[in-house]
Design a protein around this ligand. Structure first.
Ligand code: 0X9
Ligand code: CA
Ligand code: ZN
Length: 618
């Protein structure tokens, strides 16, 4: 019996084996299509076609084009509507797979970012192993993964908590991080896992990681849509799957509800999603019809989240309410403080999703805000040029890294979040007013501080200034900011220091001590005591030993010293010509001096170029 069963299994395997590319046969391929958007009316026409707008591409006037993930039938629709378009990438899945396969991926049990099993992206099993690993390595700070419910195919929806005394429900501000509402957006999961790893591995070492673990309770649901995520692995095991929705079988036979159209707030509002079961933004039969959204909603109800980050990819934009209609939330002023801090490192645009992009109804973003009074955010990580939904390993690392400040900001902002913004040094009245505090003079320091968090601190915020240089004495050396209100900023009065005539050191060292929430932050302040003098002037007319780096990888546009040819297009100068530098001379170091026949020719492509100075003895 057993033998014959095996034989049967073997035969059927052999029969199936030749169909090596189930993706090509089963799932129709998509193309990346760019549709021109000369005006708002055209955008409305595009929206009416119910296309898959993956990058949630900006519809601002400056963008003038929108990316569409299109099947052949969609292209036909676009053509029929008389829209201007071009096919940027034919067969997107194959193109992505080819790009990802160029990278060698060392296998590892708990892989690092960029070393996951799906073109460098983590598989669901790898995510689970990483969560298990966190709990095992940091049992006091990280909970074991807990199932908050099951997906429609019966997979667990995992939640992990990070905080000090993690087993105890402490009175600390709570923050929610979720990712992968959309199955083809692994970077949200990756960036979340990297953030968790930073918190845990830097506890007791990095002051901010320690502060957050000690003073916040952070809850993570890194994969809201495990079925869709696994489905993408099934159709594209090496990465590149374009499935977005969950895997519900709809009544008419098609699959999937868009989990980010299934939330109660604004659910079913026309223009922000679709009632068509085959649409990529199908909103389901009713709000919370899906077990994934329902489980997350029920979990949220058991907590008291102040901030929620429901993460997506891609477009490098930070979205916040309102999403289902063109409007600003009532507390827009508070949001703007938070927006500014969150995008500080990346400089991305932040604002209401409906105004920055398009209306979307029944999103987690709006429900977290209106339904749960959170400060809600949807970052769209990464760019189309970096690989869209499935960036290569190098870009995975880059994207996950550069968004860490934003992830930290969300946790900080759930409670008091105090920072020193800067210190302005000037001469006190009675000095010679040359801009430098010299020996014999008195200087003043004005320090600006800010609370970008949603709560006032429990104790007064205090600033102290001390001198670490002999002969430099502090006069007025302290200020009490009181309990700096939420989302507010303040500047100290002038603190003073005087420099004795006898001081000969060129730089004085002061230290600012910033006391808040029982913590002391120290920042040293270097004060030049002598006017600046020019020690070297370089106009690159002669070769003084500057050199292009030997590790340059760019294929065109590497640095060279020469006379740049002016490059203009449409009346705009893209590369200034030889006579650009004021004064005599024509040469400079330039990323290829040639103009070429178009703006993009001879610019920096496919890598980096860098210029190194010689060693200078000043
Ligand atoms: O459409 C979505 O669900 C999100 N974009 S994505 O490309 N990742 O699918 C954005 C939702 C944000 N809300 C609004 N645009 N209103
Ligand atoms: Ca705690
Ligand atoms: Zn998304």
């Amino acid at each position: 019996m057993i033998t014959s069963n095996l034989a049967f299994a073997l035969i059927s395997f052999l029969q199936v084996a030749p169909a090596q590319t189930p993706a090509a046969t089963k799932v129709p391929d998509h193309h990346l299509v760019i549709v021109d958007i000369p005006d708002g009316k055209t955008m409305d026409r595009v929206l009416a076609l119910d296309l898959d707008l993956p990058s949630c591409a900006p519809i601002e006037r400056s963008a003038r084009a929108v990316e569409v993930i299109a099947l052949d039938s969609d292209i036909a629709k676009i053509q029929k509507a008389g829209l201007h378009y071009r096919v940027a990438v034919r067969n997107l899945e194959d193109a992505i797979e080819k790009e990802l396969s160029r990278w060698v991926l060392p296998a590892s049990l708990t892989p690092a970012v960029g070393k996951g099993g799906m073109g460098g992206h983590f598989t669901l099993a790898q995510m689970e192993a990483i969560l298990d690993d966190f709990a095992k390595k940091y049992p006091k700070l990280c909970s074991k993964k807990t199932s908050i419910g099951k997906s429609i195919e019966g997979r667990n929806l995992w939640m992990v908590k990070i905080s000090d005394n993690v087993a105890t429900d402490e009175k600390e501000p709570e923050v929610l991080y979720d990712a992968v509402h959309h199955a083809r957006e692994p970077l949200g999961m990756t960036t979340t896992l990297l953030f968790m790893d930073w918190l845990l591995s830097n506890y007791g070492k990095d002051p901010q990681a320690t502060y957050l673990v000690d003073r916040r309770e952070m809850f993570f649901v890194p994969c809201v849509n495990p079925d869709g995520y696994e489905y993408n692995r099934k159709i594209r095991p090496a990465g590149g799957g374009m499935w977005r929705k969950n895997r519900r079988k709809n009544s008419l036979g098609s699959y999937g509800v868009d989990l980010n159209r299934n939330w109660p707030t604004g659910w079913g509002v026309a223009g922000g999603g679709s009632s068509s079961q085959t649409s990529s933004t199908y909103w389901g039969t009713k709000a919370l019809s899906e077990p994934e959204t329902l489980a997350l909603e029920n979990f949220i109800k058991t907590r008291n989240f102040v901030v929620g980050n429901t993460c997506h990819t891609y477009t490098e934009v930070l979205l916040r309410p309102v999403g289902y209609k063109r409007a600003e939330p009532a507390n827009v002023a508070d949001y703007r403080v938070l927006d500014a801090e969150a995008v500080k490192v990346t400089g991305m645009k932040a604002g209401p999703a409906s105004i920055l992009l398009y209306n979307a109804s029944g999103t987690a973003l709006d429900h977290y805000h209106f339904g749960h009074k959170m400060f809600a955010y949807t970052p769209e990580l990464g760019t189309s040029a970096e690989g869209g939904f499935w960036p290569n390993p190098a870009n995975q690392v880059r994207i996950a890294d550069r968004h860490q400040h934003m992830f930290r900001t969300f946790a900080m902002a759930a409670g008091p979040a105090l920072v020193m913004d800067g210190a302005q040094i000037s001469e006190a009245p009675g000095s010679n007013n040359n801009g430098v505090v010299e020996p014999g003079e008195t200087g003043q320091v004005v320090v600006s501080v800010r609370n970008f968090g949603a709560a006032a601190p429990a104790q007064n915020v205090i600033l102290q200034m001390v001198s670490l240089t002999t002969g430099v004495t502090v006069g007025k050396g302290g200020h009490d900011f009181g309990r700096l209100a939420r989302f507010s900023k303040s500047a100290s009065p002038a603190l003073t220091f005087s420099v004795a005539k006898t001081v000969s050191t060129p730089i004085a060292r002061l230290e600012l001590r910033f006391l808040h929430e029982g913590i002391v932050e120290r920042r040293s302040l270097l004060v030049p005591l002598k006017p600046r003098s020019v020690v070297i002037r370089e106009d690159f007319e002669r070769d003084h030993g500057f050199a292009r780096s030997t590790s340059d990888t760019a294929s065109t546009g590497r640095f060279g010293r020469g006379v740049p040819q002016a490059t203009t297009y449409g009346g705009k100068t893209y590369q200034p010509g030889a006579d650009h530098t004021p004064g005599a001379g024509t040469r400079c170091w330039v990323t290829d001096a040639r103009a070429g026949s178009s703006v993009g020719q001879y610019d920096v492509d496919r890598g980096k170029t860098s210029l190194l100075s010689p060693v200078m003895d000043l």
